[in-house]
Design a binder for this molecule. Structure first.
Ligand SMILES: [Ca+2]
Ligand SMILES: [Ca+2]
Length: 212
């Protein structure tokens, strides 16, 4: 009759537990490494878009921040609009508008054939084609670009005075609100869950935080 485990069996089980624990830990490390690199790309994409919008606004005689194909989309115009980087076919926004306070914002999505275009047909509708030394040939979008997971870029503007804002949710625990390198609640914007950048960080209403 067998009485419990032998010493060798216990050692083998403990050894396997340590190995499995190590594997799980490395998977978590790899995942957080990738989350952090996606965040660094998000930050650099939005910095780059901000620079391009600044250059465009300063170098164009009549800057048009809703581009040649749309009108009255400024935050204090007839159709206050938030532009989202996720194209319609990937995932259509649950509603074509969102409400914040007593204000209704249209949410504008373009389609999968156009969303990366820099000529005014893209998700960010400004025509950048006349700018020399553009740092990108297609519009940057979120590395995940998924509305239901909560990762996408947003853009909004005001025509008078000329102002704009861009934002992205960040994945890494370190960069989120309360993290070691909190980048979402320390930007002086109105959304503690998103990294905001631009010339007025109160234009885009707060959006739902990403799913955990
Ligand atoms: Ca326009
Ligand atoms: Ca923020």
């Amino acid at each position: 009759m067998k009485k419990g485990f032998t010493y060798t069996e216990i050692v083998i089980v403990l050894f396997l537990l340590i190995v499995i624990g190590g594997i799980i830990l490395s998977v978590i490390r790899v995942q957080s490494y990738f989350a952090r690199s996606r965040d660094l790309k998000r930050i650099s994409d939005l910095e780059s878009l901000t620079n391009v919008l600044r250059i465009y606004s300063q170098s164009t005689s009549t800057p048009d921040l809703d581009g040649p194909y749309l009108d009255y989309r400024g935050i204090d115009e007839v159709w206050p609009t938030v532009f989202i980087s996720v194209p319609l076919e990937f995932q259509s926004f649950p509603s074509s508008s969102c409400v914040y306070g007593n204000k209704i914002f249209a949410v504008f999505q373009t389609d999968k054939n156009n969303y990366l275009r820099i000529d005014g047909h893209g998700w960010l509708p400004v025509d950048f084609t006349n700018l020399t030394s553009l740092p990108f040939s297609s519009l940057p979008v979120d590395p995940l670009n998924n509305y239901s997971r909560g990762y996408y870029y947003l853009y909004a503007f005001r025509r008078k005075p000329l102002q704009f804002e861009l934002s992205a949710a960040l994945e890494s625990k370190d960069f989120k609100q309360g993290g070691r390198e909190d980048k979402t609640s320390t930007d002086n914007g109105n959304d503690p869950n998103r990294f905001e950048i631009g010339t007025n960080l109160d234009l885009i209403p707060p959006f739902p935080p990403p799913n955990p």
